[in-house]
Design a protein around this ligand. Structure first.
Ligand code: SF4
Length: 384
């Protein structure tokens, strides 16, 4: 089915509308995605294929609309977050993830408090003012353990933001972590469609619980991040439209999206990776949908294409999360195959990242990088 002839005209109008009112009905998001992809597959035509020029022109249009909105709130600033992957143990079994408990070939490690603080110390020296502690759902990190780590970072680095990405926990746990000094929490919703969620997770993990956690995080006072993979098995234009509608409704402070990349030791080993072009198009739509969003150009984007990060920034992203984990651990935290662990991905290689961003007209800054509208002292930020 070729939707492009009719739907492209409408698609331009929908992008104009989204740029103006920052909201659309789910059916319009689905129509936009179908117009971009030239039909129901989530595979936009490649260069040389029928419809490729029309898709590229539509993406360029969305990008051109997204850019001034991002600049209105964040100028040309790119915020950096130092990512500390503190545990590769996980009790869950998400079907897409290399750290799932059923993957007995995964290398497991956990960092202790001193190792985590050493990462922070190095990160602070280099210029990071946000630390992101990310791990699998490792039962070792009980509330007292994780709160102790957060308190230690908080007391040593009062001018830094602490972000946690520690999975589903109880409402009380989230409240304790907030009280201990954490500011932000990332918990990808993965998909807003319950049937699709069930395809990506074992029955014990439900969308209902995930949504409960996101609501609890918001209630606990966190800046909250959700997000999803692009091109995950079973995803469609309609499920993606539900994701955008959910974000429009929930209004997270942050949103992480990246292409699905298969891991060889998971049930999805033989599935195709998601499309970079569709991921970039969705980044632009997210910027139009919520101009103040903190939107990372993710590692997955950098993994799937050598210029993925720069293209992500040009599409509307404004955050990059280089890796601050101890170098010997980086190759062990493998959510998917071929994950980037060196080059500009390494926090120690900030000079390279800065050069890349300078090259496309953006500036990496030393700043907590709070959402626009939060209590920000812009005079605190400076170039690094
Ligand atoms: S996605 Fe997260 S919760 Fe799921 S298996 Fe991987 S590390 Fe565990």
């Amino acid at each position: 089915m070729n939707h492009s002839a009719i739907d492209l005209t409408t698609a331009y109008e929908l992008i104009d509308r989204l740029a103006e009112v920052h909201a659309l009905p789910p059916a319009d998001y689905a129509a936009l995605i179908r117009a971009f992809c030239g039909g129901d597959t989530l595979r936009p035509p490649k260069e040389g294929e029928i419809g490729a020029e029309a898709s590229a022109a539509l993406a360029a249009y969305a990008r051109a609309k997204a850019d001034p909105l991002r600049r209105q709130y964040y100028g040309n600033q790119i915020f950096i977050r130092g990512l500390i992957e503190y545990s590769s143990w996980c009790k869950n079994d998400c079907l897409y993830c290399g750290l799932r408990k059923s993957n007995h070939t995964a290398e497991r490690y956990r960092l202790d408090t001193e190792e985590i603080l050493a990462c922070c110390e190095e990160g602070y020296r280099i210029g990071f003012r946000t630390f992101v502690l990310q791990g699998g759902e490792d039962p070792y990190f009980t509330d007292p353990v994780l709160c102790g780590i957060v308190s230690a970072i908080r007391s040593r680095y009062p001018d830094c933001a602490i972000t946690l990405s520690a999975g589903e926990r109880s409402r009380e746990s989230y409240q304790s972590l907030k009280a201990a000094g954490a500011d932000r929490y990332l918990l990808r919703h993965e998909t807003a469609d319950p049937a699709h969620y069930a395809l990506l997770h074992p029955p014990v993990q439900t969308l209902e619980t995930r949504m409960r956690c996101l609501a609890d995080l918001r209630d606990a006072g966190f800046q909250v991040g959700c997000g999803f993979m692009v091109g995950s098995p079973g995803q469609s234009a309609d499920t993606l439209a539900q994701d955008l509608a959910f974000i429009q409704n929930f209004r997270p402070e942050m949103c992480g999206i990246g292409p699905f990349i298969p891991h060889h030791a998971t049930p999805f080993a033989k599935e195709r990776a998601g499309s970079m072009e569709l991921t970039l198009f969705l980044l632009s739509l997210l910027r139009l949908l919520q101009p103040t969003l903190l939107l990372p150009a993710t590692t997955a984007l950098g993994t799937i294409h050598p210029q993925g990060r720069e293209l992500g920034i040009q599409a509307g992203a404004n955050v990059i999360m280089p890796n601050l984990s101890p170098a010997i651990r980086r190759g062990q935290y493998l959510l998917y195959d071929n994950k980037l662990t060196s080059g500009e991905e390494s926090a120690q290689n900030l000079a390279l990242l800065k050069k890349q961003m300078d090259g496309i007209g953006f500036s990496v800054v030393t700043d907590r990088g709070d959402p626009a509208g939060a209590d920000i002292d812009a005079s605190q930020s400076k170039d690094v």
